[in-house]
Design a protein around this ligand. Structure first.
Ligand SMILES: *Cc1c(COP(=O)(O)O)cnc(C)c1O
Length: 232
C-alpha cells in the first residue's frame, strides 16, 4: 500500500540506522538489531517499514497485536511481545509471536510452557530484570535471577533466550550507562552460573532516548518506538 503520508518513516529510520551503525562500531557490538515498536500505530505504517526491510516489530497490548497480526498475515514478520503479559492472555499469542520479552514470574513461565505444549512448539522467552530495583517496575530482581532461570530449565516447551530490562525514567546518561553495563555483566555471569555453553544470550535493552548507550553495552535487541514513528 502506498501512502505518501508515511515518507517521514523512511527519514526517521535512516537516521536511527545511522546511529545504530555508529554505536555498533564504537561498542564493538556487531549484533544489535532494531525492533520497531509499533504499539498504537497502524498496520499500514508497519507494512511501509516492512517494505523498507524491517522484519522485527514490537507490540505490548494483546488485542491490538492480534488485530495487526491478522491484517498483516501476508508478511513474514517477527513479532516481539514486549508488554506486561497476563497469564490468561498467553493462549492468544503463544503461537503467533517470535519472542516474549517480558517474563517476570514462574506462574507466567508455566502458563507459556503449557500453552506452547498444546501447540507443540517451544516458546522463546526473555526474563525481564528489574535492574534498577525499582518497586514500581516489573521484573525479577538481579539477586533472584540465577534461581529463576534454573527453574525455567524444567519447562520443556520454554526456551530461555536472554534478558530484557526497562529502566527507570531518567535523563541521566551516566546512570543509564551503569545500568546497561550491569545488564551486560549479568548476562555473562549467568551463562557461567547456569552452565550454558552459548557464548551470548539476547540482551533486549535501549529505547528511543538511549538505544546508543544500550548498544555500546552489548544490547542485541533495541526497542525503538517514538523516535521512529513519532509521538504516541
Ligand atoms: C513503548 C515501549 C518501548 C518504546 O519506547 P520509545 O521510548 O517510544 O522508544 C520500548 N520498550 C517497551 C517495553 C515499551 O513498552
Amino acid at each position: 500500500m502506498e501512502n505518501n503520508d508515511n515518507f517521514y518513516l523512511e527519514d526517521n529510520l535512516n537516521e536511527i540506522l545511522k546511529i545504530v551503525e555508529k554505536s555498533k562500531k564504537d561498542g564493538n557490538n556487531d549484533r544489535a538489531k532494531l525492533i520497531a515498536v509499533s504499539k498504537t500505530f497502524s498496520a499500514d505504517k508497519i507494512e511501509y517499514l516492512y517494505n523498507l526491510g524491517i522484519r522485527d516489530f514490537g507490540e505490548s497490548r494483546v488485542q491490538e497485536f492480534l488485530d495487526k497480526y491478522e491484517k498483516l498475515s501476508h508478511l513474514d514478520i517477527n513479532w516481539h511481545f514486549i508488554g506486561h503479559l497476563q497469564k490468561n492472555k498467553v493462549k492468544y499469542i503463544v503461537d503467533k509471536v517470535y519472542l516474549i520479552h517480558s517474563v517476570d514470574s514462574l506462574g507466567l513461565a508455566n502458563e507459556i510452557n503449557k500453552q506452547a505444549e498444546k501447540h507443540n512448539l517451544v516458546s522463546k522467552i526473555l526474563v525481564q530484570v528489574n535492574i534498577s530495583n525499582d518497586e514500581k517496575k516489573f521484573g525479577v530482581m538481579d539477586n533472584k535471577l540465577i534461581e529463576f532461570i534454573d527453574e525455567l530449565k524444567e519447562l520443556e516447551n520454554v526456551e530461555f533466550s536472554g534478558l530484557m530490562t526497562i529502566l527507570v525514567d531518567t535523563d541521566d546518561d551516566e546512570l543509564k550507562n551503569s545500568y546497561y553495563n550491569k545488564m551486560l555483566k549479568l548476562s555473562i555471569d549467568i551463562l557461567d552460573k547456569i552452565k550454558d555453553n552459548r557464548n551470548q544470550i539476547e540482551l533486549s535493552m535501549g529505547m528511543s532516548s538511549d538505544f546508543d548507550i544500550a548498544i555500546k553495552n552489548g544490547a542485541t535487541l533495541i526497542r525503538v518506538g517514538t523516535r521512529l514513528f513519532g509521538k504516541r
